[in-house]
Design a binder for this molecule. Structure first.
Ligand SMILES: Nc1ncnc2c1ncn2[C@@H]1O[C@H](COP(=O)(O)OP(=O)(O)OP(=O)(O)O)[C@@H](O)[C@H]1O
Length: 263
């Protein structure tokens, strides 16, 4: 499907099913994201948020359904150079002797290109600056704290100047001032037309940026629309801000809207 005649959707997923370890994790998920939109993916722990973004990016196999990125099916012809992805945790860097600058510069590499583009070092330094790590460019990533490693990963995604930025809980473990700097950076990218899909546990500092919220529940879309508004009990420190209401059984078929959305 396209918008008008020429602009493809940034993401178009139809009927996605994912089964992992013999369990059906996603069941018939449809998701269409228009270019330039900032979408939050919410839901209780284990509802399938990370699995959905991994499926969108071809990192986990799907057993049914299809995904297109900017109109191209997943595979070698997909426009991977237009996509920046920040996974939830750093899978490899903790054992890697590379410096922050090297890891960020690696974000400029993609198929067919074995050297970073011209100006790569300058761009990588600018990306590190945007996450508050300019002064640690030559530090080894494995010597950094978890929060700093996460910021290096964010910079690696940002340096690509992506048209689609996919973030899996990007600010967990990052201090408040740095979160604000990062949110400013995402706001700048959004103003320049970048599409953003971000998994969040609570809207927090992203609240002003989010245009649409998709809430997953038991691997299905339970809500797709305006972001949920904060309610008084959400002021409690131990409140789960993004929960779907308790429901021991997965819903039958079709979405059930039970998130807290005020008009
Ligand atoms: N490789 C895997 N093999 C088996 N089960 C998996 C695998 N990856 C994820 N799961 C299961 O799939 C379910 C959804 O996991 P997922 O990480 O997508 O949820 P989530 O909504 O992102 O949760 P969280 O907020 O805790 O990160 C969980 O029950 C998880 O245990």
């Amino acid at each position: 499907m396209t918008l008008g005649t020429t602009t493809p959707l940034a993401v178009e997923a139809t009927g996605l099913d994912v089964t992992l370890g013999g369990r059906r994790i996603l069941a018939g998920v449809d998701l269409a994201v228009e270019p330039g939109q900032v979408l939050a993916l919410l839901g209780a722990n284990g509802s399938g948020k990370s699995t959905l973004v991994r499926a969108l990016l071809g990192v986990v196999p799907t057993s049914a359904g299809s995904v297109r990125l900017f109109g191209a099916p997943l595979g070698p012809s997909a426009p991977w150079h237009r996509v920046g992805y920040v996974p939830q945790r750093m899978p490899a860097a903790s054992g890697m002797p590379a410096t922050a600058l090297e890891v960020v510069t690696s974000g400029l590499l993609h198929r067919r290109r074995v050297r970073p583009a011209h100006g790569g070092r300058r761009r990588a330094l600018a990306a590190l600056e945007s996450v508050g790590l300019a002064d640690r460019a030559h530090r080894r990533v494995q010597e950094m704290s978890g929060g700093q490693q996460q910021r290096v990963l964010i910079a690696r995604a940002l340096v690509r100047d992506p048209d689609l930025l996919v973030l899996d809980e990007p600010t967990s473990g990052i201090d408040i001032p740095t979160q604000a700097t990062f949110v400013d950076t995402v706001a700048r990218l959004h103003a320049a037309g970048t599409t953003v899909v971000v998994i969040l546990h609570e809207l927090g500092p992203f609240a002003g940026l989010i245009q649409r919220a998709v809430v997953l529940r038991h691997g299905r879309v339970a809500h797709d629309g305006p972001p949920p508004a904060a309610r008084p009990e959400h002021a409690h420190a131990d409140h789960d801000h993004t929960h779907a209401h308790p429901d021991p059984e997965p819903p039958p078929t079709g979405p059930t809207i039970t998130v807290e959305v005020t008009p």
